[in-house]
Design a protein around this ligand. Structure first.
Ligand code: SAH
Ligand code: ZN
Ligand code: ZN
Ligand code: ZN
Ligand code: ZN
Length: 455
């Protein structure tokens, strides 16, 4: 996206940023320890209000990164120098290279000497034990444990946007089987450490398993377990490779294997909003893939973007070629979002893809069927609506058609003559309001949308 046209059309799409709008990645933006900062502006009723400013792309909580600069602010040489030093000092204590060397040494240690500090989230070498003697440590770290770092590491959950929600085994296996059945060989895993781990461990165990994965993630703890060809420290909100040109080149090479013909990108970003920033990074990764050969014609790099269904319109705005699959992605550490058949609430998380929907075969035994009119697999309760001429349910329940709204709506909704749209029976009528950006319902703003809360 060019800097110029960002602002005009997009002021107003405050993505749950509490009256803030993301303008995007601007050329010449200042940097914080997480790479180039993003440009934001305060908005009120869809209009820009006040000065534009830069803030950290990765952290939404000021406690995690308090970078702030007005767009038109003059920054003195001294402050610039101090900032550069600050950014240097706020990089991880070991480099990726050092972590790879440490790992090589670690695996040579006998089991009783293999310790992992839970407090520092770090593999320890014997000389370091003493420094961590007050810390909770795990001992006898097995090779199997080293091959499943997502089980060994605590999922990050303190921060709003950096919370890690790990795939349930069933969903991870489903994704991998799908990738195999579709004939892909290279998986660019962007923020999907568990999928990466499943691929890596199969590749090391099964001789005829020919799929490779490269993990791009901001969680640097993973650099303790993977080489520079398997993991790049990457920020998906500003397309920033912390490892510089070498890491970028690793990614480029990975995308260009076998002419890039069997590459798919899979990503499961944090939901905190910032779809615009994600989309622009994913487009940059797609462009990187496209540099391969003219042979791709006008094709796009195949992609699975895993995200909640209520972001459908938002994703399609940036990727019109995408469609949303009915498959409900399950997570291990999401108590509320287990699969519907277990009697719990259903997961709102879906797969968005630019592949032909009919190719995405969903498991019948988990309650999906093929709709021959829509030419895609849908939830078995998702009824084909004759009037809309599609299977309209987004949440897996059977939706009903409202003739006044001229569309299908959730089963729990009723047409409200006051609001002139369908809503929950006990909603508060708010005629003037445009409705929530995420779910479209009146009465609340995006930041307090009930469908967004994950706890
Ligand atoms: N379901 C996935 C994990 C998704 S959680 C799995 O099981 O593999 C979101 C992931 O995105 C986490 O791994 C987190 O570390 C990563 N992430 C969060 N913010 C990021 C950023 N700014 N850039 C890159 N990765 C990020
Ligand atoms: Zn420690
Ligand atoms: Zn249908
Ligand atoms: Zn309908
Ligand atoms: Zn209605």
């Amino acid at each position: 996206e060019g800097g110029g046209n960002m602002a005009a059309s997009d002021a107003g799409d405050s993505e749950g940023l509490g009256g803030l709008s993301l303008l995007g990645l601007a050329p010449g933006a200042p940097s914080c320890p997480h790479g180039p900062a993003l440009l934001f502006v305060k908005t009120s009723q869809g209009k820009e209000e006040g000065r534009r400013f830069y803030a950290c792309s990765a952290c939404r909580d000021r406690k995690d990164c308090n970078f702030f600069q007005w767009e038109d602010e003059k920054v003195s040489e001294t402050r610039l120098a101090a900032r550069e030093e600050y950014n240097r000092n706020h990089q991880p204590s070991f480099t990726h290279r050092q972590n790879v060397e440490r790992y090589k040494y670690f695996v040579l240690l006998p089991l009783p000497k293999r310790k992992f500090c839970q407090e520092c989230q770090q593999l320890l070498l014997p000389a370091e034990w003493e420094k961590h003697s007050d810390h909770q440590c795990l001992c006898d770290i097995s090779t199997a444990q080293l091959k499943s770092p997502s089980q060994l590491l605590f999922p990050l959950e303190n921060k709003k946007t950096n919370a890690q929600y790990l795939f349930a085994d069933r969903s991870c296996q489903f994704l991998l089987d799908l990738i195999i059945d579709l004939g892909f060989r290279q998986v660019l895993s962007v923020g999907t450490p568990r999928l990466h781990e499943m691929i890596q461990s199969k590749a090391s165990q099964e001789e005829d398993f020919s799929i490779r994965s490269l993990l791009l993630d901001i969680d640097f703890r993973y650099s303790q377990f993977y080489t520079e060809d398997e993991f790049c420290h990457y920020n998906m909100f500003n397309h920033y490779f912390f490892g510089g040109e070498a890491a970028r080149e690793t990614c480029r090479k990975f995308l260009h294997q076998d002419n890039g013909e069997r590459v798919i990108m899979v990503t499961d970003p944090p939901f905190g909003g910032l779809v615009r920033a994600l989309a622009s990074s994913f487009k940059a990764l797609m462009a990187m893939w496209k540099e391969t050969e003219e042979a791709h014609n006008n094709q796009e790099m195949p992609m699975f973007w895993i995200f909640p269904y209520f972001f459908e319109a938002r994703i399609l705005e940036f990727f019109p070629s995408f469609s949303m699959m009915d498959y409900q992605v399950d997570y291990d550490n999401h108590a509320l979002y287990k699969h519907g058949k277990t009697g719990r609430r259903q997961s709102p998380v879906r797969i968005f893809t630019n592949l032909t929907p009919s190719m995405i075969v969903l498991p019948v035994e988990e309650g999906y069927r093929f709709c021959s009119i829509c030419q895609r697999y849908v939830s078995s309760d998702n009824q084909h609506c004759e009037i809309c001429n599609s299977c309209t349910s987004k949440d897996g329940r059977r939706w009903k058609h409202c003739v006044l709204c001229k569309k299908c709506v959730k089963p729990s909704w009723f047409h409200c003559n006051n609001c002139n749209c369908c809503a929950l029976q006990n909603h508060t009528c708010e005629k003037s309001d445009a409705g929530c950006f995420v779910c479209g319902r009146p009465g609340h703003k995006r930041s307090t949308c009930p469908s967004l809360s994950r706890t």
